[in-house]
Design a protein around this ligand. Structure first.
Ligand code: GLU
Length: 280
């Protein structure tokens, strides 16, 4: 039985891209269980009104989930900001494997050490290996403390996984992505740790999400391996592009579910009509 999930981050109103990815997640979990999880760990950018609006918008679209903040369920709470003790526990599990280390390097330190310019403007810079501490750094820590923690990636290793929608994927650790954050010095887990911790705790069998997270999935595969947890199946929806081939993420004005609804568009149109038709 599939256990799928919808996991929006409430930093704004959901748009048509979210609507379509979430509808796909719901369809693939049909007959099984769909859970709804609010990923609100970025306290500076997330807002409770956006979290409430997301639930309302998706219900209006006709999506139905069986577990979530508005319906409870055995894995409650479904709001990540209420799950910090669990994330701390997962930090401890990771720390015990020796896979993560405390990192006091600032963004400036990283920039100064970067020799090659990054290939794409929005590509995350690879954390320079020469800034890593000694192998045993942080091994005697009992709590994360006010410092960042990173996962030490196996340089040069090919990380492969089969995506249910996009086929076999290969990323090279240390080349496509570097040592990534698992814990932030502000006391919150980083996205990669939180999402793996919760997909595991909520017994998710298939993760459906946007194609912009494919690279993140290779990091998450490393976390599953370090924790000796079985990874879920992954299905990354192709990114929605407009008629000019521009990624929707770059152009969301006028495409929030709210605005489209106010303009009289139906759920069916929002889920399936060509973008130019929605914008007219
Ligand atoms: N909360 C993330 C986002 O809205 C998605 C996380 C995921 O699906 O793994 O971008």
């Amino acid at each position: 039985m599939t256990r799928g999930r919808l996991a929006p981050t409430p930093t704004g109103y959901l748009h048509v891209g979210h609507a379509r990815t979430f509808a796909l997640a719901a369809a693939r979990a049909a007959g099984g269980t769909l859970i709804y999880r609010t990923e609100d760990l970025d306290a500076g950018r997330c807002r409770p009104d956006f979290a409430a609006a997301a639930i309302e918008d998706l219900r209006w679209l006709g999506l139905q989930w069986q577990e979530g903040p508005d319906v409870g369920g055995p894995h409650a709470p479904y709001v990540q900001s209420q799950r910090l003790p669990w994330f701390r526990e997962v930090w401890s599990l990771l720390q015990a494997t020796g896979a993560i280390y405390p990192c006091d390097k600032s963004r400036k330190d990283v920039e100064r050490s970067l020799t090659a310019p990054h290939a794409e403007d929005d590509a995350e810079p690879i954390f320079p290996p020469e800034l890593r501490p000694a192998l045993d750094a942080g091994h005697d820590a009992h709590e994360p403390g006010p410092t960042n923690w990173r996962f030490r990636v196996p340089d040069g290793e090919k990380i492969t996984f089969d995506d249910a929608l996009q086929g076999p994927q290969t990323y090279v650790a240390g080349r496509d992505f570097g040592d990534f954050l698992v814990w932030r010095k502000d006391g919150f887990p980083a996205y990669e740790l939180a999402v793996v911790a919760d997909d595991h705790a909520m017994e998710i069998t298939e993760v459906v999400r946007g194609g912009d997270l494919l690279l993140s999935t290779s990091r998450q595969a490393l976390l599953y391996r370090a924790l000796r947890w079985t990874a879920p199946a992954w299905a990354h929806a192709p990114l929605i592009v407009d008629a000019g081939g521009n990624r929707l993420a770059k152009r969301t004005a006028g495409l929030s579910i709210r605005e489209l609804r106010q303009k009289g568009k139906t759920p069916e149109e929002i889920l399936a009509a060509p973008l130019n038709q929605l914008l007219s």
